[in-house]
Design a binder for this molecule. Sequence first.
Ligand code: ADP
Ligand code: MG
Length: 318
Amino acid sequence: MLGEFDVIRDYFSDVGAFRDDVAVGVGDDGAVISPSPQNQLVAVTDTLVESIHFPRTSPARSVGHRSIAVNLSDMTAMAARPAWATLNISLPSSDRDWLADFTAGFGELAVAHRVQLIGGDTVRGPLVVTVQLLGEVAPEHYVLRSGAQPGDAVYVTGTLGDAAAGLRAMTRGDVHGWLVDRFLYPEPRVSLSAGIGRYCSAAIDVSDGFGKDLERVLQASGVGACVDLEALPLSAHLARNFNDDESRYLAISGGDDYEICMTVPPHAGPALEEFCQSIECPVTRVGIVESAPGLRFKLGGQAISVNVHGHDHFVTDE
Ligand code: ADP
Ligand code: MG
């Protein structure tokens, strides 16, 4: 049986990119890093609990991938660049195959985005993974949820609702497919962070559902918005498997998309669109920020009432 020390040495000591700003990484009581003096540090963290955030049938590679992806997505929404990560993991057992796949999933994304794993903690218990990600941003170039202004456009990246549809498919027993992969292996929009910093008045990543996450921006900013249901970006896969109403429900109230929702002052819209094109990140204008509080929807030019659901650990919609 692999001991705690063997697990750390064999699976967690050499994960991610090698960075020359890491003076001491995994192995001592603490890590030592040298953040660049001209930047500010940004810290984000997220916990994934088996059977709450992912089904028991999730492959280990997906658990590793998602544990860092959700944090990369938060970092991007702050308009910051990721750099260093810690990993606190509670494991039911020290299974070599599971650990190898988990670190492969974590490591692929960490290398792709130049993140080094610098420390963590490993304990035995139910499967729970907490990643903290540290990153950098030029002074006061971070973007908050509170900056949206009446007249700004609401934009969203990629397509919405796929991950929620994929999760539904998994609970029916599917293990493969494009929608399932959108849940298991979300691709955070890391390269968008520079564009968010330059052109956006507010940003949030879509983790609990587009409607709920946009409402958070509106509340923080003290404004409202009107979203055009026909403008919501839906994938061909979603549209093939669900009718219009179901697709829109999943797009508005399904979670786990890890797309970015942004508000953009009118003069900056074209520049943001051009930036997104240059990094091959699809982006769609879906609505407009208004001064009256609340999130409203329209369909065919007419106001339409939509119940916005979304994920909350303590409050259930039903
Ligand atoms: P301590 O008992 O002093 O806290 P540990 O034995 O828990 O030390 O950890 C030893 C080293 O391994 C530390 O550098 C710690 O940050 C690192 N480490 C432990 N678990 C992980 C993990 N899951 N991922 C990355 N590094 C880890
Ligand atoms: Mg110690």
